[in-house]
Design a protein around this ligand. Structure first.
Ligand code: GUN
Length: 294
């Protein structure tokens, strides 16, 4: 058996088309949706991610730009920039790329963005709304993108056992809450497993839906997977590769060839979760702009 591919690129293309139509409708009303990225430092992966997000946003008709700040940026200087963007009516969404250089405190920085412009869903108000099931908040883009993959991929989630491997703040923790919500496209029984879970395969083999979000290269193999399960790979890990001119290549948390032979459906990586994270960022930004004129 070979698993059905959950093609994130084609699902994302659908969301991008909807985003472009929403951006056109806003522009006709005199509102140009605006998104600003802040990148602190020159982390090569962050440079690539932010540049891709900016390009996609522009393609959808969202006015977007990136504010690049040096690695040595102090907290007061960064907070001042965030305050200026918070006060700018042309800016509907603000995204501060993670990870920040280590001296900058994540909690202080992400809490400074106005919740109504926090299209990343990282602000404690939006995180709290997610926990409460209050749909007026912004959902974090990767977990929301995974729910859309399941929906657009026709995966029945109701009453299914979802095992999320990885308890990170950006993906694992919020995703576990979202999958457990009493709502269409969720309603799962959820297990949140992590690096201290003993005998992980005995847990993951119970999963109807298995999510790899722990950040360990090629960690989940067919030994972890129940035949026919849906497997979603969130990981983006660098491993050294002397045959590659860059000296490394990017791999997910899932050992694709091994797992594909046993799973029922699987996301490719790249081309699975990544494009959906960007697509949901555009949706959140358009909602922020639409809400601003209400
Ligand atoms: N770094 C990795 N994923 C994300 C994301 O979704 N948002 C931001 N701001 N940084 C990230």
């Amino acid at each position: 058996m070979s698993a059905r591919i959950l093609d994130g690129e084609s699902f994302a293309a659908q969301i991008h088309r909807e985003a472009a139509a929403r951006a056109t409708a806003l522009t006709r009303k005199g509102i140009i949706p605006g998104l600003v990225f802040i990148r602190v430092g020159e982390d090569p992966a962050s440079r690539a991610y932010v540049s891709r997000k900016e390009t996609r946003a522009k393609e959808a008709g969202i006015s977007s730009r990136t504010l690049v700040m040096p690695e040595s940026t102090s907290l007061p200087v960064l907070l001042k920039e965030i305050d200026l963007l918070n006060a700018d009516p042309k800016v509907h969404g603000i995204l501060i790329q993670s990870p920040l250089p280590s001296p900058l405190p994540n909690d202080v920085v992400y809490s400074r963005v106005l919740p109504s412009k926090d299209v990343d869903g990282f602000h404690p108000v939006n995180f709290g709304k997610l926990l409460l099931g209050d749909e007026s908040g912004f959902l974090p883009c990767t977990p929301a993108g995974i729910l859309e993959i399941l929906r657009l991929g026709g995966i029945n989630t109701r009453g299914k056992h979802a095992v999320v491997v990885g308890r990170g703040q950006i993906v694992g923790r919020p995703l576990a809450v979202l999958l457990a919500r009493k709502s269409p496209g969720a309603d799962c029984t959820v297990t949140l497993a992590h690096s201290s879970t003993p005998d992980l395969p005995s847990i993951t083999k119970q999963a109807d839906i298995l999510i790899g979000a722990l950040g360990r290269p090629l960690f989940l193999t067919k030994e972890h997977v129940k035949p026919g399960a849906t497997v979603i790979d969130v990981g983006v890990n660098r491993i050294s590769d002397s045959t590659n001119p860059r000296g490394y290549r990017l791999v997910g948390d899932v050992d694709f060839p091994s797992v594909q032979s046993i799973a029922g459906a699987i996301t490719p990586n790249p081309g699975g979760v990544g494009p959906m994270t960007i697509a949901l960022l555009l949706s959140n930004t358009l909602r922020a702009a639409e809400d601003a004129i209400r």
